[in-house]
Design a protein around this ligand. Sequence first.
Ligand code: SF4
Ligand code: FES
Length: 234
Amino acid sequence: MGGKFLFDGRPVPFEEGQTILEAARAAGHYIPHLCWHPDFPPHGSCKLCVVKVGGRHVSSCALPARDGMEVESNTPEINGERRALLQMLFVEGNHFCPSCEKSGNCQLQALAYELDMSSARFAHFYPDRPVDASHPDVLLDFNRCIFCELCVRASRDVDHKGVFALTGRGIRKHLVVNAESGRLADTDFAVSDRAADICPVGVILRKRVGFAVPIGERKYDEAAISSVAMEKGE
Ligand code: SF4
Ligand code: FES
C-alpha cells in the first residue's frame, strides 16, 4: 500500500516498496548520493543520502517510505553532516582534483561544490595504494576509491565477470582486481563493460581520452550535480 509523506514540508506520494530516495526523486526532489545508482539495488555505504525522520538519522536510499512520515533533507544541519562525510572521503583518499582527469565530471567533487565544502577540515591520510596501468585501454588509480562498490556490482551482476572486489576491513578496506597477479590486464575486463563507466570518481579511467573536454564544458561546469542528476535520471 502506498501513501504520502512530508519531504521538507512538502507532500510526496509513494508506491509500496519505494524508498524515501526513490519517491522523493520521482516527485522532483534531489537527495545527494554517491553509492546509489538507479540501475542497482541500494548499497548504503556512503551515507550522503542521510535524512532525518522523526529525529533519527536514516539512509534514504535504503529506508522504505511509510505513510505520514516527516522527512528532513535539505536543512543546514543535514547538509553540514553531508559536508563532513565528504570531507572524510576527501582526506581518506588522494583526491587532488587539480591533477585528476575526472575533475569536472566527478560526483564527489561536484557534491563538495554543491554543499559548499571549502576546506579539507580533517588531516589527510595520504594513502599509498598502487596505480594499475597494465590494461591497454583502462587505468586504475586505487587512491581515489570511495568504496561505493558500483564497479563490483556492475562487473558481477551486469558484465557477469566479477573483475573487482572490496577486501580488508576498516581503514584497510580497499579495492582489488580479481586476478592472481592483481593486475587488470590479467582479467577479461573490456572497455565496453558496464563497469568501465560506472565509477563516480576518478578510479577507473579510459586511456587516451583524459582532459579531452575543455574547462567550461565538463559535466558539472555549467550546472550543479543536483540539477544534472535529476535531468539525466542519475
Ligand atoms: S573503483 Fe569507483 S566504482 Fe569501484 S568501488 Fe571504487 S569508487 Fe566505487
Ligand atoms: S546513497 Fe544512500 S548510503 Fe550511499
